[in-house]
Design a protein around this ligand. Structure first.
Ligand SMILES: Cc1cc2nc3c(=O)[nH]c(=O)nc-3n(C[C@H](O)[C@H](O)[C@H](O)COP(=O)(O)OP(=O)(O)OC[C@H]3O[C@@H](n4cnc5c(N)ncnc54)[C@H](O)[C@@H]3O)c2cc1C
Length: 369
């Protein structure tokens, strides 16, 4: 019998299963789909997350083919600012961002787990709990029991709903247009390493270097349809506002996605806990939400190894992390303001504080027993 049941085999559920396994705690993961998701979503592993994945022994398989990003560039007209992430060298073994799609993390986590840990086609459909444990019923007709269960089942929050934890949810007004180009933008943007935030009167644009292409990310207004946003003339006008000489760049893909802000009102209901997207959703700028979910998982594994008081402490601490740090930080990144001038004026100590917060090094371990 498993000690802990986990709903969802995304990056958070699998990281939790492996962190428990490394502590000698047996986990069983129930996954709704018939295979791991290959959707193109998170792209960024921050230093605190690389430290955690290294502890779990799954950073090495993630490195080949990824992109190390040592510097961030901000630019508006002739003003620019650069921040070197080695300001964090005393605080992390990985003072850089690692750009790699999350779809490469989940197979690495799965491969490190004992065979049979994950049951596919087994979406959780019902939950009962009593004084000694939790019973989960899956869509394939199977029933599973353990001392604790954790909802890592993503934004839909099936287990969260089954145990009656409410979530405060709000759509951001803007949506995001993502354009992929195979050309190396470093040849066209002086000072660019692997990440830039470009500002102009018309708004801002992010440039992210991925292993096989660059992502250009723009906000689009609520009144514009997805089709209008992806229309070639519009897409090229947006590019030209920031990179005039690249208006006719080759484009190998484009999509539009909405962004939500959400927070479960509690991380715990009795023997059931929540982690990852089931507990929080943020704006994607800054690339924090999956990272924060992996931090939820690492700290929860430590608390589950301790007992009830540790779980209460964990649940309260992680809720505070979301309310007081994760959501305000990602909201601030939406509002922008005069970001370039602010970054250009920073002292090295101020840069270190900024980088620590942007990397979540200050909050990653909060809640660990
Ligand atoms: C375009 C985009 C870009 C992003 N970029 C970044 C980034 O750069 N950095 C970052 O940190 N984050 C980023 N994110 C967020 C990141 O993708 C998510 O935070 C991350 O996937 C959350 O992992 P999770 O395991 O909590 O949930 P998910 O990845 O959603 O996994 C949940 C799993 O649960 C399963 N499931 C659902 N219902 C049930 C059920 N009833 N029973 C059992 N299983 C169930 C699902 O099939 C799925 O496999 C991005 C998101 C998007 C959309």
């Amino acid at each position: 019998m498993a000690d802990v049941l986990i709903a969802g085999a995304g990056p958070v559920g699998l990281a939790l299963a492996l962190a428990l396994h490394r502590r000698g705690i047996v986990a069983r993961v129930l996954e709704k789909r018939d295979a791991l998701s290959t959707a193109s979503r998170a792209s960024t592993f921050h230093p605190a997350t690389s430290d955690a994945l290294d502890e779990l022994g799954v950073l090495a398989p993630l490195l080949p083919g990824g992109m190390r990003v040592d510097r961030i560039l901000w630019r508006r007209g002739d003003t620019s600012a650069t921040l070197a992430l080695d300001v964090l060298a005393d605080e992390t073994r990985h003072p850089f961002r690692w750009h790699r799609e999350q779809q490469y993390l989940t197979p690495a986590l799965l491969a490190a787990l004992p065979a049979g840990t994950v049951r596919f086609n087994a979406g959780v459909v019902a939950c009962e709990q009593d004084a000694t444990g939790v019973t989960l019923h899956a869509a394939d007709g199977t029933t599973h029991r353990a001392r604790h269960a954790v909802g890592c089942d993503g934004a839909s929050g099936a287990l969260r709903d089954l145990v009656g934890i409410a979530a405060e949810t709000q759509d951001y007004a803007h949506r995001v247009l993502r354009i992929l180009t195979p050309i190396d933008l470093r040849a066209h943007v002086p000072g660019l390493d692997g990440l830039a935030y470009l500002h102009a009167d018309s708004g801002s644009c992010s440039l992210l270097r991925m292993p096989s292409n660059w992502r250009l990310i723009f906000r689009i207004p609520p009144e514009m349809s997805d089709d209008a946003a992806m229309d070639d003339t519009h897409a090229r006008a947006r590019i030209a506002a920031f990179l005039p000489s690249l208006r006719d760049m080759p484009i190998e893909g484009r999509d539009v996605y909405g962004v939500k802000r959400a927070m479960a009102v509690s991380y715990r209901a009795g023997r059931v806990m929540l982690a990852g997207d089931a507990a929080h959703l943020t704006n994607t700028r800054g690339g924090m939400n999956m990272n924060a979910g992996i931090h939820d998982a690492m700290t929860l594994a430590a608390a589950l190894a301790q007992g009830d008081a540790a779980l209460d402490h964990w649940a309260a601490a992680r809720l505070r992390v979301v309310r007081e740090a994760l959501l305000p930080r990602t909201d601030a990144r939406v509002s922008g303001g005069d970001e370039v001038a602010r970054m250009a004026a920073m002292t090295r100590d101020e840069q270190r504080v900024w980088a620590r917060e942007a990397s979540m090094l200050d909050i990653a371990r909060l809640g660990a027993a």
